[in-house]
Design a protein around this ligand. Structure first.
Ligand SMILES: [Zn+2]
Length: 411
């Protein structure tokens, strides 16, 4: 029976890989050497050719990285790697929480180290070649170290609490774990920009001047407090421009990347800001948090039905059942469900983007939002003609052409 579990896990991994390859392949069939009709007036010939090169290089690179990951995990499963790491972790302690922390620490740390060469190539070769990279080697490794520490504190903390409840109350642990994780999710959603972002970037309020005056008059008009608008030094890592909204209620914050300020006119920046205020106005963060909480509850409940089954650990080659080994097998088995849930999240997210665009168009001039979106897409060499099936599965935002058409209709 445990063999069957293992075969299902391998089947899921291989299917997942092939499906991603298939979608990437579909996307690649949409590439062209001549400028497509629908992009005339958006891309010029030269920029378009550059965007196609960028696409192609990223496509080939992703085939290499995903194939490497698949081969690695299959070899690891073949040699019962998870059971071996578990045995090793047990030599340090007999406490199930400590064993689990050491186990996940080793697995996640080693897999991250193995990804480093790929990530260096991506940042310092591909992104560099196309003029996007601004990261230094020092920033790159500092980011890694900060990420590890943050992951150890947050991930380790949550894992320890969940196992502690499991040891105390058994199968009912999921209710307590759900409560604690939900509180934590709301906390992070509220304080993400004030606690996590400053570890990686510098945030500053708007400087006095024309842009600030323009933003003040717009914020006053729609009733959004200006103290919540920040400029972030995105240029520390990449030339690509961006903006985002985060937080709830009084903790709401809009962050504009400094790279955005360099590329767009005042009116265009206000249009981008209006789009972000639209997310706030339509309560998109709140609904996203509520749906994440519901999903977490569902996942934990299903986990509670399976986690006590020793076959989950045996599938990975261990006769010593444990929560952490069970969690690994469960994670693999659950991945098709989380893929379907992710699909729904993307559908909702694309709807929200239209709603925020609608808000921006109603409250300031639609053509400024259109020209801002165009500039940002061209500038980051975005793929403007992705395959519709690829968009359906992977895109959290509608494509540029879809958004331009939608705004045009509203105007
Ligand atoms: Zn948006």
């Amino acid at each position: 029976m445990h063999q069957t579990f293992l075969y299902i896990v391998i089947g899921i991994l291989v299917f997942d890989y092939l499906f991603d390859q298939f979608l990437d392949y579909l996307n690649s069939t949409k590439r062209s050497t001549i400028l497509p009709k629908e992009l005339i007036g958006i891309y010029d010939e030269e920029k378009y050719r550059k965007s196609q090169d960028y696409e192609r290089i990223n496509y080939h690179f992703s085939i290499i990285t995903s194939s490497f990951s698949l081969i690695l995990i299959l070899i690891f499963l073949y040699f019962s790697g998870f059971a071996l790491v578990d045995e090793y972790a047990r030599t340090f302690s007999s406490n199930s929480i400590i064993i689990a922390l050491i186990f996940f620490g080793i697995i996640l740390f080693v897999s991250d180290i193995l990804q480093i060469p790929f990530s260096l190539y991506d940042t310092f070769w591909i992104e560099e070649k196309f003029g996007f990279n601004k990261t230094t080697i020092k920033t790159f490794f500092l980011d890694k170290i900060k990420g590890w520490i943050l992951g150890a504190i947050i991930g380790g903390g949550i894992l320890a609490i969940v196992i502690w409840f499991y040891n105390k109350v058994g199968t009912d642990f999921w209710i307590y774990a759900w409560g604690i994780i939900s509180v934590f999710m709301v906390f992070i959603a509220m304080f993400y920009t004030s606690l996590i972002v400053p570890l990686f970037n510098r945030l500053k309020p708007l400087e006095e001047g024309d842009l600030k005056n323009e933003i003040v008059s717009f914020s006053t008009k729609v009733g959004f407090q200006l103290e919540n608008v920040f400029i972030m030094d995105g240029s520390k890592r990449s030339t690509k421009g961006n903006a985002y909204f985060s937080g709830l209620g009084k903790r709401k914050k809009i962050v504009l990347f400094d790279t955005l300020i360099d590329k767009l006119s005042k009116e265009e920046i206000v249009a981008v800001l209006a789009h972000e205020i639209g997310h706030y106005n339509k309560k998109h963060t709140l609904t996203a948090i509520i749906s994440s909480i519901i999903q977490t509850g569902l996942t934990l409940y299903i986990l509670s039905l399976f986690i006590g089954n020793p076959l989950l650990s045996k599938a990975l080659g261990s006769d010593n059942p444990s929560f952490h080994l069970g969690l690994i097998t469960f994670g693999f088995l659950y991945s098709p469900i989380s893929m379907v849930l992710g699909l729904f999240m993307n559908i909702i997210s694309r709807k929200n983007e239209y709603a925020a665009d609608q808000y921006a168009t109603e409250n300031c001039k639609g053509e400024f939002l259109q020209s801002a979106l165009k500039t940002l897409s061209i500038d980051s060499l975005s793929n403007l003609t992705p395959h519709p099936l690829y968009v359906f599965f992977n895109y959290s935002h509608p494509t540029l052409l879809e958004r331009l058409k939608y705004i045009e209709k509203l105007k």
